[in-house]
Design a protein around this ligand. Structure first.
Ligand code: CTP
Length: 468
């Protein structure tokens, strides 16, 4: 096994040359080294120097002609944006125990000291950049073996590593899913023991890890250990509550949590869209709240799609997720049973038109969610449900071809309704508009301006009359 790494990236030679001139040791560390060894070098680079990281970052930035050095003196780090990615600099550190104080102090250290303080052995490898040893791999903790064995271990006792930064508990779950690695049992035990410490971590950092996990190829690989260690109760209690909720087995897994993970993995094979994945994660989120036992029927979850849709916004708020995606996720959660309902009843044009109207341009994503929602282990049933969805999709394509429902606008708008009926703004306008829209969607009148106007006049007395 060679211990010299081909770094491929020109900027790393430039940094090495600057380090030689400044007579300072410089290394590339962390994710860049890990990913290079996995054969997928990234754009973001972390540099450690045996000296002052901020001063060195300034010297490199001048050499690269990069203008914006962002430095964080409190942490001794600096960031230089470069070539669409970023280069982060830090001085090597170690902890010194001062017998007079119970708190360890951070002091300058060697590169090996620095590697010991990192999160996982696979992230604790460094490659030298100075010309005399350029490309030489420093791996004092056996990161390369762990990379081969596909296992996440901490450089120190996991309790110590997590104590330094409890976010690492979540990073273990995220890397497991991102890299498809196992987590060392000792690390899982420490995660369970120390999970309460996650409460002191900022929501932004937690959400950042959550989104990376959600974007991974098979998110269940991270969510399962989160649930097993109780970490999920802290970072996502509504999701943790799905565990142990039983349902009938026909189309789904018995346990709503395991079913949800399956749906999430299914959809992750189909799309990179993290908000569609989020909709999959949340589609049954209200099942624990709506669960009821009906004699002769078994467990029911009446209205879980509507209540679930209403849970989306508070969850986004608490997790500080971007609120602009709320309407999309709400819509998919609210509508996720509708295509199946179309299968059950006789598929009328009117029912298809309504669904197309309500889903609008998100109809394909809704169908992707519905197909991902089939998690039965019975192949005959799976084939049957898939065939039914194919049939609904064909019907939708036909109606879409005829009526162009996706970007459909009703032929009358609110302004006109107010003018024609001589009323001002208020709930009556919505009521009248809904009546016209219903008539069009049900196929009673064509979606044409004159027909809509005529219909409005034929119903206005009755509708307005009921309000008086
Ligand atoms: N690191 C750490 N503890 C943390 C965060 C980061 O020890 N809580 C160290 C690790 O050595 C990590 C490096 O800093 O490899 C860079 O961190 P980051 O950019 O967050 O992660 P990467 O490993 O680069 O992976 P990714 O880019 O996929 O997030």
């Amino acid at each position: 096994m060679t211990d010299t790494i081909d770094l491929h990236l020109e900027v790393l030679s430039i940094i090495g040359d600057v380090a030689d001139r400044e007579k300072i040791e410089a290394y590339v560390v962390g994710g860049f080294v890990r990913d290079s060894l996995l054969g997928k070098p990234g754009k973001d680079v972390d540099i450690v120097v045996a000296g002052d990281g901020i001063v060195f970052a300034g010297t490199v930035a001048r050499k690269l002609g990069a203008e914006n050095v962002v430095s964080f003196p409190k942490f001794g780090t600096a960031m230089v944006p470069y070539d669409g990615g970023k280069i982060e600099f830090v001085g090597a550190r170690q902890e010194r125990y001062d017998p007079a104080s119970r708190k360890p102090a951070v002091a300058a250290g060697t590169i090996k000291d620095d590697l010991l303080r990192r999160d996982f052995t696979v992230n604790a490898m460094a490659v030298a950049l100075n010309a005399s040893s350029r490309g030489k791999l420093l791996d004092p903790l056996g990161g390369r073996n762990d990379l081969k064995a596909r296992i996440l271990r901490t450089p120190l006792d996991p309790a110590k590593t997590f104590d330094d930064d409890p976010l690492r508990i979540l990073r273990a779950m995220r890397f497991a899913a991102q890299l498809d690695f196992r987590i060392d049992p000792a690390v899982l035990r420490a995660a369970e023991e120390m999970r309460e410490r996650l409460r002191i971590v900022s929501q932004e950092r937690i959400t950042d890890e959550f989104l990376k996990l959600l974007s991974s190829p098979q998110p269940s690989v991270g969510f399962l250990p989160m649930q097993e260690t109780g970490v999920l109760d802290i970072v996502f209690p509504e999701m943790a509550a799905l565990s142990g909720v039983e349902q009938r087995k026909e189309y789904h897994h018995k346990d709503v949590f395991l079913h949800t993970l399956k749906v999430l993995d299914n959809i992750s094979r189909e799309t990179e869209n993290v908000w569609l994945r989020m909709a999959a994660l949340l589609h049954d989120i209200a099942k624990p709240r709506t669960k009821a036992f009906r004699e002769g029927v078994g467990w029911t979850f009446h209205g879980h799609e509507e209540i679930g849709a209403r849970m989306v916004k508070p969850i986004f708020r608490r997790m500080k997720l971007p609120l602009e995606h709320v309407p999309y996720v709400e819509k998919l959660v609210r509508l996720h049973l509708r295509p199946m309902a179309l299968v059950d009843e006789e598929v009328t044009d009117s029912a298809v038109r309504r669904l197309l109207f309500e889903a609008g341009e998100d109809i394909d994503d809704l169908m992707t969610l519905c197909r991902a929602d089939i998690t039965s282990k019975n192949p005959r049933l799976v084939r049957e449900v898939r065939r039914n969805y194919d049939m609904v999709a064909r019907k939708m394509a036909e109606v879409e071809e005829k009526d162009r429902m996706r970007n459909w606008r009703p032929a009358l708008n609110g302004e006109e309704i107010m003018k024609e009926c001589g009323i001002g703004p208020g709930p009556m306008v919505g009521k009248l508009k809904q009546a016209v829209v219903d008539a069009i969607l049900d196929g009673h009148i064509p979606n044409e301006h004159d027909a809509a106007l005529q219909y409005l006049h034929s119903i206005k007395e009755r509708v307005l009359g009921t309000a008086r």
